[in-house]
Design a protein around this ligand. Sequence first.
Ligand code: HEC
Ligand code: HEC
Ligand code: HEC
Ligand code: HEC
Ligand code: HEC
Ligand code: HEC
Ligand code: HEC
Length: 369
Amino acid sequence: MNRIPVTAVLIVLVVLGNMVFRHAPSDVAPTVQAAEPTYVGRGVCLECHSENYQLHRHHGHATTFRSTKDPEVASKFVGKSYDAGEPFGTYTYHADDQGLFVRIPDKFGEQPFRLEYALGHRSMTLLSLLPDPDEGTVALEHRVSWMAAANELGKTPGQHDGTPNTAAELFGNRHAGRIMHKCVYCHVTTGQIVDQQIVDLTPNVNCEKCHGPASEHVRLARAMKTPPPFSVGRADWDAESELQLCGDCHRMPRDISRKQLREYPDLLARFQPVGLLRSECFVQSGGRLKCTTCHNPHQTIFETTPLEHEQNCLACHAEMSETNPSAAAHVVCPVSPTTGCIECHMPALKLDGLGGGFHDHWIRVRDDK
Ligand code: HEC
Ligand code: HEC
Ligand code: HEC
Ligand code: HEC
Ligand code: HEC
Ligand code: HEC
Ligand code: HEC
C-alpha cells in the first residue's frame, strides 16, 4: 500500500495549483447588496424543515469545525499527556473559559500555547491562527489529534518529523496562504481569516453551505404557500451540479495528480467522487447515478443500514420484478445476486493514520474478491 500522508498529498495538490473552488472564501462579501440573498442560519430552517434539520444534527457535517471552548471538545484532551518524542517533547493539556491550551513543561515550563478550533469528529484535529512576520497570519495544525475509534490521543496524519524551524512548530505543522484558507473553507459555512480572527464565522457544513444563502427563500416561503424553486429545485440543478457540490470538498479528479489518477493508490478511497466518476455504474447510467442516489445528504452514514445500501445497488442490479420493473436493464451479479454487495465491490480500505476506513467508490469487480 502506498503510504503517503494525506496532509502531504493536500500540500502537493495545492502546490500543483489544481484546486478550483466554486466559491473562494473571498466571495463571501461582508457587505451584501440589498437584493442579494444573505445567510440566515440553520435555526431558521427548523421552522419549516424540521425533519432535515433533525437529521443534519447527527451528521458529521454538523461538527466539522468547533471552538475548543466547547466542553465536549476540551474533555477529549484535558488532563491527558502525549509523549511526541524528541525534538518535540511531552505535551500536557488544560482548559479554562478561554478554551484549550497545551504546554511542553520540559521546554517552556508553565507557558501555555492556545489551541483554538477542532476540526472533525471521528478524528479531531486542533488548529490555531498565529501572527507571522512573513505571511501576516499562519495556521498551526497541532501534532496530536483525538481518535474516536480508540478514544485516545494519536499523531495527526501528515505531520513532519524534521527539526522544527520555529518554536511554534514544536506544536505542529505550519500552513500559510491558500492551504490555510482552504482548510477553513472546507470545514465552515461562512468565514474569512482576517489577521488572527475568523470574521463572519458560521462554523460547520450547514444547510446554507450546500443550498446557498436563503434569506429570499425564507421571505417568499413566509409570503406564499408554494415558494419558487430554490437551490435543488432550480432548473439548472442536475446530477452534474450535485457532483460538483460534494466534490468541491470531497475532491474531484482535478484535485488529484495525473500520476495518482493513473495508478489509483488506495488512499484515493478517501476522495469518493474520484472513484465514483470512473465506475461503470456512473459511466454507463447516463448521468443518473449521483451521490444522493445512495446518500441522503442530511442523514449520517452511521444511521444507514447495510441492507439499505444493498437496496440501492439492487435498484439497478436485480432480476426484473413487478416491484422493480426497470432493474433488468442492468446485469445481475453471478456470484451473489442479492446480498453482500458492499464488502466485495466497495470494501472499506484502512488508510494510514485514518481510523475506520474509507469505502472505495470505484465500484468494480476486484482481483481480491
Ligand atoms: C463544505 C465542504 C463539504 C461539502 C460541500 C460536502 N461535504 Fe461531506 N463532509 C465534509 C467534511 C469536512 C466531512 C467530515 C466530517 C466529519 O466526519 O467530521 C464530511 C463528511 C461526510 C460524510 C461522512 C460523515 C457522516 O456523518 O455521514 C458523508 C457521507 C458526506 N460527507 C457526504 C457528502 C455528500 C453526499 C455531499 C454532497 C451532497 C457532501 N458531503 C458535501 C465536507 C463537505
Ligand atoms: C478540499 C476541502 C478540504 C480541505 C482543504 C481540508 N479538508 Fe479536512 N476534510 C474534508 C472532507 C471532505 C473530509 C471528510 C472525508 C475525509 O475524512 O477525508 C475531511 C475530514 C477531515 C478530518 C477528519 C474528520 C473525521 O471526523 O473523520 C479532519 C481532522 C480534517 N479534515 C482536518 C483538516 C485540516 C486540519 C485541514 C487543513 C490543514 C483540512 N482538513 C483541509 C475536506 C477538506
Ligand atoms: C452536504 C450538503 C447539504 C446540506 C448540509 C444540507 N442539504 Fe438539503 N439537500 C442537499 C441536496 C444535494 C439535496 C437534493 C437531494 C436530492 O436530489 O435527492 C437536498 C435537498 C433538500 C430539500 C428538498 C428535498 C427534501 O429532502 O425535502 C430540503 C427542504 C433541504 N435539502 C433542506 C435542508 C436543510 C433545512 C438543511 C440543514 C438542516 C440542509 N438541507 C442541509 C444537500 C444538502
Ligand atoms: C417559512 C417556511 C420555510 C422556511 C423558514 C424555510 N423553508 Fe425551505 N421550503 C419551504 C417550502 C414551503 C418549500 C417548498 C415545498 C417543500 O419542498 O417543502 C421549501 C423548499 C425548500 C427546498 C427545496 C427547493 C425546491 O425548489 O425543490 C430547499 C432546498 C429548502 N427549502 C431549503 C431551506 C433552507 C436551507 C432553509 C433555512 C435556511 C429553509 N428552506 C427555510 C418553506 C420554508
Ligand atoms: C443507477 C444505476 C446503478 C446503481 C444504483 C448501481 N449500479 Fe452498478 N452498474 C450500473 C451500470 C449501468 C453498469 C454497467 C453494466 C450494466 O449495464 O449493468 C454497472 C456495472 C457494475 C459492475 C461491473 C463493473 C465493471 O467494471 O464491469 C459492478 C461490480 C457493479 N455495477 C456493482 C454495483 C454495486 C455494488 C452497486 C451498489 C453499491 C451498484 N453497482 C449500483 C448501474 C448502477
Ligand atoms: C452506489 C452507491 C453510492 C454512491 C453513488 C455514493 N456512495 Fe458514498 N458510500 C456508499 C456506501 C455503501 C458507503 C459506506 C457506508 C457505511 O459504512 O455504512 C459510503 C460511504 C461514504 C462516505 C464515508 C466515508 C467512506 O468512504 O466510507 C462518504 C464521505 C461518501 N460515501 C461520500 C460520497 C460522495 C461525495 C458521493 C458522490 C460523489 C458518494 N459517496 C456516492 C455508497 C455510495
Ligand atoms: C463474495 C463477493 C461478492 C458479493 C457478495 C457480490 N459480488 Fe458481484 N461480483 C463478484 C465477482 C467475483 C464478480 C465477477 C464474476 C465473474 O466475472 O464471473 C461479480 C460481478 C458482478 C457484476 C458484473 C456482472 C457482469 O456480468 O459483468 C455486477 C453488476 C455485480 N457483481 C453486482 C453485485 C451486487 C449488486 C451485489 C449485491 C447484491 C454483489 N455483486 C455481491 C463478487 C461479489
